[in-house]
Design a protein around this ligand. Structure first.
Ligand code: GLU
Length: 285
């Protein structure tokens, strides 16, 4: 049984491709930090995107991490088995009057943005939602989820007002960082094709699993503003955050799942050993 003051780390890949060196770095770093403080290390399978998640990729995650020499607690949480938990969190936000149904297409939003010079974009470069569905008559979130095919969005202005001032997070080496969730606009918290979104699932799971330390790539730094907003609204505990540098390829480009050459299995097939990978990634030998 975990002790009450034991720290808890997690590696949370999505099984829609093979793990590459960037994933290996993140997993090894989480594992090492957990070991150094006598903490827990969890593996979580982020497979809410049931259209893209594939069993062979999930099996490969287990196999590749074991090959790297990592061990994790069981049972492993698979997000696709916990849609009820996300629905409960969404119902709570809905009770606060913070959600609305949206059936706009991505292309409608893109056209709207293109027609409005200087329309703001979120930190990932996508145009902010135009707000077309915000003032339509509200429908209970549960009904929208049951119906499917319609998204649920967060009314960001209301959410920020309700959360109040002084929303921050503690970032390793930086200290308190001011959260700015409004930069994401009215984000989708339940997708048209699956009854949750990454953002709601990640905060609910980190809380349910008692994660105290979220260690993940720098590409998710800005998403933390949104995660802190949801944690405050849902009265969930606040983990500490550490966003590490991304592993880049020889051309200085971010590694992506499409670059087959850096997947752990391709390296292994080329005769690279787990210790070679650990050495190449830094202080993990
Ligand atoms: N599932 C996410 C990914 O594979 C990581 C989520 C997180 O660490 O918060 O990029």
């Amino acid at each position: 049984m975990p002790g009450p003051s034991q720290r808890c780390f997690r590696f949370a890949p999505s099984p829609n491709g093979f793990l590459h060196l960037g994933h290996a770095y993140s997993a090894l770093l989480n594992f090492r930090l957990a070991r150094e403080c006598g903490g827990r290390f969890l593996l979580r399978i982020e497979d809410i995107d049931t259209g893209r998640a594939r069993p062979e990729f999930e099996a490969a995650i287990h196999e590749d991490l074991a090959w790297l020499g990592l061990a994790w607690e069981t049972p492993v949480r698979r997000q696709s088995e916990h849609f009820d938990d996300y629905a409960r969190a969404l119902a709570r936000l809905d009770d606060m009057g913070l959600l609305y149904a949206c059936d706009c297409k991505r292309s409608d939003i893109a056209h709207f943005a293109a027609a409005h010079d200087g329309w703001p974009r979120d930190p990932d470069g996508a145009p902010l939602y135009s707000g077309t569905c915000r003032d339509k008559p509200r429908r209970p979130a549960g009904e929208v989820l049951r119906q499917g095919g319609v998204a649920l969005r967060l009314d960001m202005e209301k959410a920020v007002a309700l959360a109040g001032q002084g929303l921050t997070w503690q970032e390793f080496n930086l200290g308190a960082v001011a959260a700015d969730p409004a930069q994401w606009g009215d984000v989708v918290l339940a997708r048209k094709d699956t009854p949750a979104s990454y953002h709601i699932a990640v905060v609910v799971d980190d809380a349910i699993q008692g994660v105290t330390d979220v260690v993940r790539g720098r590409d998710l730094f800005n998403a933390t503003s949104l995660h802190r907003l949801l944690q405050r609204l849902l009265e969930l505990p606040e983990p500490g955050y550490r966003h590490h540098d991304l592993v880049l390829d020889e051309d200085g480009e971010k590694l992506s799942k499409s670059r087959a050459s850096t997947t752990l299995r391709a390296l292994r097939a080329d005769g690279v050993s787990a210790s070679d990978v650990r050495r190449r990634l830094g202080s993990f030998s």
